[in-house]
Ligand binder design. Structure first.
Ligand code: NAD
Ligand code: TYD
Length: 349
């Protein structure tokens, strides 16, 4: 079986690649990545010499390129993770999100269809998406698989658009598809623009911790390794044409999570209690900031037997340890272009 995994040099993709390369030596795994600012081959250097791993550098929105690689390799399966993924960047540069997330997904779907025509036996197009497509919750309730879509940022609306495209190719052409919508991930190899690695990096460097608004927005956090295990289970055992929600049943108000992070960082860095909390700085809120996300993943748990492997405290502790042990990785990423991004994003907040 030849599997194309898109976005495998990014955060979640690198964990999915690692899992599939190590666990399924009979599969040939092809990692297609454009290596944008978020893509980093260092994220997968532990497996890049494996016999069943291959890297392809290219853009999912480039129709001729995608046609070429499908013609050469005839992929049986696709696990599609490549995307522009950060909400703040989608507010400043929305068109890049439409191009990669929507046009790129449509190109992959169309070429998959052209390659296999109507003969889809043993084939699968698996699309990895986000809970943000469902919009924002009030204090009560959870997102289930048939919650109506109500995306509100350029990021979430471009992901919602991509989900619709995948379902349209499934419905219209009989393409074998699966979709999963996951809550916020955290863990090793996450680009330090997202809340947890950004704050870990700032604490290490004793820089302010920019909390948007009053810090009362709620997110449901899942350890990335558990997202990769859910993708594995859905890829192999999920029903064709179905959608599965993935979440950690682990809601945190931002400010409460940040305080736990500060405490753990003080302990691990041997700094006096309360040191990191002093760095908390309330800044101007994100435009259109969604208030609460919370996932009901009972379909995945009951039908496919998936469950998270760690508690949040364990996952967070492992994550902090990884960043502390891999400060060179952080330093490499946060030199150069990152500085310009950081100053534009945070200086006038
Ligand atoms: P990421 O930004 O860390 O990585 C994205 C990867 O895609 C990078 O390696 C980048 O180089 C590559 N890429 C971007 N544009 C490309 C293009 N045009 N062609 C080829 N490659 C391209 O993202 P992530 O956080 O790992 O998210 C992966 C997927 O999971 C995304 O589809 C995202 O919507 C979804 N998701 C993320 C989260 C989360 O909390 N991070 C939660 C749920 C779902
Ligand atoms: P983020 O990691 O960007 O994920 P998402 O917006 O996709 O949920 O942000 C998580 C939460 O943290 C979100 O409510 C915004 C907030 N946040 C801050 O308060 N400060 C920051 O610097 C960042 C990046 C996020």
């Amino acid at each position: 079986m030849k599997i194309l995994i898109t976005g495998g040099a990014g955060f979640i993709g690198s964990h999915v690649i690692r899992r599939f390369v190590n666990k399924y030596p009979d599969y040939q795994i092809y990692n297609l990545d454009k290596l944008t600012y978020a893509g980093n081959l260092e994220n997968i250097k532990d497996i890049d010499k494996a016999n069943n791993y291959h890297f392809l550098k290219g853009d999912i929105a480039d129709l001729e390129y995608i046609r070429g690689i499908f013609e050469e390799h005839k992929f049986d399966g696709v696990i599609h993770l490549a995307a522009e993924s950060h909400v703040d960047r989608s507010i400043t540069d929305p068109l890049a999100f439409v191009t990669t997330n929507m046009v790129g997904t449509a190109v992959l779907l169309q070429v998959f269809k052209e390659t296999w025509k109507a003969d889809f036996k043993g084939k699968l197009f698996y699309h990895v998406s986000t809970d943000e497509v469902y919009g924002s919750l009030g204090e009560e309730g959870f997102f289930v698989e048939d919650t109506p879509y109500d995306p509100r940022s350029p990021y979430s609306s471009s992901k919602a658009g991509s989900d619709h495209l995948v379902r349209a190719w499934g419905h219209t052409y009989g393409m074998p598809i699966k979709i999963s919508n996951c809550s916020n991930n955290y863990g090793s190899f996450q680009f330090p623009e997202k809340l947890i690695p950004l704050f870990i990096n700032n604490i290490i460097n004793e820089k302010p911790l920019p909390v948007y608004g009053a810090g009362v927005n709620v997110r449901d956090w899942l350890w990335v390794v558990d997202h990769a295990s859910a993708i594995d289970v859905i890829f192999h055992k999920g029903k064709m044409g179905e959608t599965y929600n993935i979440g950690g049943n682990n809601e945190w108000k931002n400010i409460d999570l940040i305080k736990v992070l500060c405490q753990q960082m003080d302990e691990k860095l041997g700094r006096p209690k309360g040191t990191s909390e002093k760095l908390i700085t309330y800044v101007k809120d994100r435009a259109g900031h969604d208030m609460r996300y919370a996932i009901d993943s009972s379909k995945l748990m009951n039908e496919l037997g998936w469950e998270p492997s760690v508690t949040f405290e364990e996952g967070l502790s492992k994550t902090i340890d990884w960043y502390l042990e891999n400060q060179e990785w952080l330093d490499n990423i946060t030199s150069g272009n990152y500085r310009e991004y950081y100053s534009q994003q945070y200086i006038n907040r």
